[in-house]
Design a protein around this ligand. Structure first.
Ligand SMILES: Cc1cc2nc3c(=O)[nH]c(=O)nc-3n(C[C@H](O)[C@H](O)[C@H](O)COP(=O)(O)O)c2cc1C
Length: 190
């Protein structure tokens, strides 16, 4: 096996979701973010629809996103269910991040929606792997609040936010994820 293959396989196996509480206080430079996004958009797409749209929040942008999410949380629950602590924790997670990217889907209508979702997910995985290679941890959050961000993100009718991609430098140890044995997931026909 070539050295490149080994490196790629290890990179894939050891990529883990890393959460904001484990990020260190270090911003992610714009040129690195651009490089990660260039990896994202190399994902395959049927009919080359390239259905991904990304909004990148850094610096002051993170404060705006944190405020918007906190506001949406307050709006989404009744007065009785509202928890100040939860609102603050939503805000804190954003502010602990080096960058947060809103992952959006732009439906072209040319192919089934599932194919476009699959393409966006592939792009996100490319980005997560490229980030992991640079010691930048990340995770895809699909919190309910992402469905309340259309106007904040300026999305059009055929667009929707399908996640927030939190990112940050970290000092977590490398680890393999827990997975079911292949025998439960793979059928061989030989
Ligand atoms: C589409 C998608 C949505 C996810 N949403 C959440 C989420 O809302 N909250 C969360 O803690 N993790 C979320 N995750 C991350 C998973 O929890 C994580 O990938 C899983 O536990 C496996 O860990 P690993 O990424 O380290 O292999 C999401 C992952 C994907 C692919």
């Amino acid at each position: 096996m070539s050295e490149l293959n080994t490196t790629i396989q290890e990179l894939i196996k050891y990529r883990r979701s890393v959460f904001p509480k484990d990020y260190i206080d270090k911003p992610i430079a714009k040129d690195i973010l651009v490089e990660l996004l260039k990896c994202a958009v190399q994902a395959p797409t049927h009919k080359l629809t390239q259905p991904w749209r990304f909004t990148v929040f850094t610096g002051e942008g993170l404060i705006k996103l944190a405020d918007a999410l906190k506001k949406q949380y307050k709006k989404s629950v009744s007065k009785d269910d509202y928890s100040k602590k939860k609102g603050e924790s939503i805000q804190k997670k954003i502010l602990q991040s080096g960058a947060v990217i809103a992952i959006c889907l732009n439906e072209s209508g040319k192919i089934p929606k599932w194919e476009e979702l699959a393409a966006v997910a592939s792009a996100v995985q490319n980005m997560a792997l490229a980030a992991s290679a640079q010691d930048i941890g990340s995770y895809w959050s699909s919190s309910k609040l992402i469905h309340e961000l259309d106007s904040f993100l300026g999305l059009s009718k055929n667009e929707s936010c399908i996640g927030l991609f939190y990112m940050g430098y970290h000092k977590e140890k490398r680890s393999l994820g827990k997975r079911s044995p292949l025998s439960e997931k793979v059928t061989w026909v030989e």
